[in-house]
Ligand binder design. Structure first.
Ligand code: DAH
Length: 339
């Protein structure tokens, strides 16, 4: 009797699905009952032999059985599928390399500069980029007629402020806040109305240095700068002082180092001189020391202001300052990674 076989099949299948404990076992039970040659399909094949009077009822029961078993199979398979939250991870795939940024060449040389001076006992001092005219010029002994005060060179702001044109005003701020001995460097940004070209930018970087104590001489200045440049650029590096004028130092000198592009023979970068201009220096003018209340009979000092961008250009062999400010990653990626 087909109706009895339907009832038996329902009970049997339910038990077998229940007994399946793995996905593969449940799939096998599903095939046994519901595949094209499975138990249910075989029952359908018996339908023609069923009494005509009973056939509609049996057909209906058989259809119900099929739907029920399909639902049962789906439920059991769902129960046995591995439970994961989120996407499946294939741990055998090779890892993805995280993107790591590189240090900007200016950061690299800035850190080296700080380290060299720190090893000689200098500490790092900081000052604002928006500075008082009083600190940027007046207290640095800059006469009213000095060309560096021209509006064609300096960006003035209202109420007695400028965007600082040099890091020298940090000297004043430090000396106003403490008595000698003073030994500081101060790296930072400065701004001038310069027309941009291969070696000039309206924003650039300087590092200021100041040493005030009893008995400080020009020989200390020269020895310190020679040691600094040789540590940075190599032991064969030479420096030279050229007489110059700065309002805040007397005597004053511009500092040149041997050109590394041509090894001192003369080339386009050093304009055939064999030397590269690196900054200014000198013995702090007694007017400046007196202005901050230092005893000029007791104390002398030296100061210097060096171009960090020029140091970076010489250090890395760059012939255009713009490379430092264009943020072109093809250029920047060539420097060491930041980790
Ligand atoms: N402030 C000068 C400049 O920007 C550089 C300089 C020269 C700084 C001599 C100094 C110094 O401290 O003593 O051109």
């Amino acid at each position: 009797m087909i109706q009895e076989r339907i009832t038996e099949t329902r009970a049997l299948a339910a038990r077998e699905f229940e007994a399946a404990t793995t996905l593969a076992e449940a799939e096998a039970v599903k095939l046994t009952y519901l595949s094209r040659k499975g138990v249910v399909a075989e029952l359908f094949k018996l339908m023609p032999q069923v009494d005509a009077a009973e056939r509609p009822r049996s057909g209906q029961l058989l259809n119900e059985l099929k739907t029920e078993l399909e639902a049962l199979a789906e439920r059991r398979l769902a129960e046995l599928r591995p439970k994961v939250s989120g996407p499946l991870v294939d741990v055998t795939l090779p890892g993805r390399k995280p993107f790591v940024g590189t240090y900007h060449p200016l950061t690299i040389v800035m850190r080296e500069i700080i380290e060299i001076f720190r090893s000689m006992g200098f500490r790092v001092a900081d000052g604002p980029e928006i500075e008082l005219v009083r600190y940027n010029f007046d207290m640095l002994n800059t006469p009213p007629w000095h060309p560096s005060r021209d509006e064609s060179d300096t960006m003035y702001l209202p109420n007695g402020f400028v965007v600082r044109t040099e890091t020298s005003p940090v000297q004043i701020r430090v000396m106003e806040s403490q008595q000698p001995p003073v030994r500081i460097i101060s790296p930072g940004r400065v701004y001038r109305r310069d027309r941009p070209d291969a070696t000039h930018s309206p924003m650039f970087h300087q590092v200021e240095g100041l040493y005030v104590d009893e008995g400080v001489t020009m020989a200390d200045l020269k020895g310190t700068l020679l040691h600094f440049y040789r540590t940075l650029f190599g032991a064969q590096t030479q420096i030279r002082f050229r007489p110059h004028f700065f309002p805040f130092t007397e005597p004053s000198a511009e500092v040149d180092v041997t050109c590394n592009f041509c090894g001192g023979k003369g080339c386009r970068v050093c304009k055939q001189t064999g030397w590269l201009e690196m900054g200014g220096s000198g013995m702090v003018d007694p007017n400046v020391l007196a202005g901050v209340g230092y005893d000029t009979e007791k104390y002398t000092g030296y100061a210097f202001g060096l171009g960090i961008d020029r140091i970076a250009m010489r250090r890395f062999g760059l012939d255009n300052i713009r490379l430092l400010f264009e943020s072109d990653v093809r250029f920047l990626r060539q420097f060491p990674a930041a980790c």
